[in-house]
Design a binder for this molecule. Structure first.
Ligand SMILES: NC(=O)C1=CN([C@@H]2O[C@H](COP(=O)(O)OP(=O)(O)OC[C@H]3O[C@@H](n4cnc5c(N)ncnc54)[C@H](OP(=O)(O)O)[C@@H]3O)[C@@H](O)[C@H]2O)C=CC1
Ligand SMILES: O=CC(=O)O
Length: 340
């Protein structure tokens, strides 16, 4: 299988624990497009690739991402605010440090996967934050979903230490994170992007380099704004179908065969019909992304009425205690409205 071969070559070229006969090879990235396989190449030499990897933030996304690095044989050091979430990774071979600063000080490159702008800021720039452990030659890669201004603030603090910064939010949820199938939307220091490409390729299926810091965050917010609006529209359709006597399960099936089919509808539709919302992407994070996307739109006077209406529904769902449910639970906000 193309991806399997690819992973082996990439991991072998920079993870010291792997057999010597695998080293070093040029890194070839295959990305499956809708019609064909496209080939990308990255020429990072083994000497340029950072070997000690830090990982901060071990939630739904961070844990499987760090796990994939460990399983690929990388030298990983972890930290999480709630220490117990580090334990399964330590069992797999990760090292532990008690603060982001100590992780950053002991690693060549440090990834961070935090909940929101506030936590991304405090972990990067707060007391004992990663910036305190940064110095020339090191790199900080923030894969959290934040807004451009936050990312630029973090960039400023990191580069002041002489280290390099890359923003790299991901598209793809819990399962793609587990399967190493994320899509990285990167921006910032190009040399750091090239150095960490092998790690991105372990955790993801494709990567985009988008230029200046802020562009990765903007791309992620645009994509998630569309996703959040799609979900509310889907929820409305399911409830309308039920009200006019149709079977919503059949609606899910019909949609899956037509032009508006989307993996998200097929994946979440059957559970939504049963009022089940097992959490892959927490609703509170989707609402945060709607809020940040609306802020982005506001900053350039772009009209986004659909997203604004969808955001209201996520806020209603939050007020009904659904913050930690999957974002598909937004359908409950429409049920609540229906009873009014
Ligand atoms: N889940 C998904 O499908 C996807 C999520 N994302 C984005 O990735 C990021 C992480 O998402 P996900 O893993 O689902 O979220 P989780 O809520 O599962 O994890 C959030 C992480 O942030 C940490 N955290 C929260 N607040 C603080 C704080 N004040 N100080 C230090 N650490 C803090 C949590 O630590 P603790 O364990 O102590 O609470 C945890 O490690 C978010 O920005 C989200 O929007 C992107 C793509 C997909
Ligand atoms: O941010 C969420 C995702 O599924 O992507």
């Amino acid at each position: 299988m193309v991806r399997g071969v690819n992973h082996t070559l990439m991991a072998a070229s920079f993870c010291p624990s792997l057999p010597q006969h695998f080293k070093p090879k040029p890194i070839i990235k295959f990305r499956k497009s809708s019609s064909s396989f496209k080939v990308f190449s990255s020429q990072s030499s083994i000497d340029e690739v950072p070997t000690r990897v830090g990982f901060l933030g071990l939630g739904i996304m961070g844990s499987p991402m760090a796990q994939n690095l460990i399983k690929a044989g990388c030298d990983v050091t972890v930290w999480n605010r709630t220490k117990s979430k580090c334990d399964p990774l330590i069992d797999l071979g990760a090292k532990y440090k008690p603060s982001p600063a100590e992780v950053a000080a002991s690693c060549d490159v440090t990834f961070a996967m935090l909940a929101d702008p506030e936590s991304a800021m405090v972990v990067a720039c707060g007391e004992d934050g990663a910036a305190s452990g940064m110095s020339p030659g090191k790199g900080y890669v923030d894969v959290s979903t934040v807004d451009g201004p936050t990312s630029k603030l973090i960039n400023g603090q990191i580069i002041e230490t002489g280290a390099l910064f890359l923003e790299a939010p991901v598209s793809g949820s819990k399962k793609p994170a587990e399967d190493g199938q994320l899509i990285f939307l990167t921006a910032g220091d190009k040399s750091l992007y090239e150095k960490v490409a092998p790690y991105l390729d372990i955790m993801g299926k494709s990567r985009f380099y988008l230029g200046d810091v802020g562009n990765g965050a903007a791309m992620k917010l645009v994509v998630n704004m569309i996703m959040g609006s799609m979900m509310t529209s889907f929820a409305e359709g399911l409830l309308l179908s039920e009200k006019v006597g149709l079977d919503p399960s059949v609606v899910v099936e019909v949609i899956s065969q037509g032009a508006i089919s989307a993996p998200m509808f097929s994946l979440k539709g059957p559970a939504m019909v049963q009022s089940k919302y097992p959490t892959a992407f927490p609703l509170k994070h989707q609402q945060k992304d709607m809020r940040l996307a609306l802020g982005l739109a506001e900053s350039v006077s772009q009209s986004t009425p659909i997203a604004a209406a969808a955001n209201e529904l996520y806020k209603v769902a939050k007020s009904h205690g659904l913050s930690d449910s999957d974002f598909s639970a937004v359908i409950e906000a429409l049920k609540v409205k229906r009873k009014d």
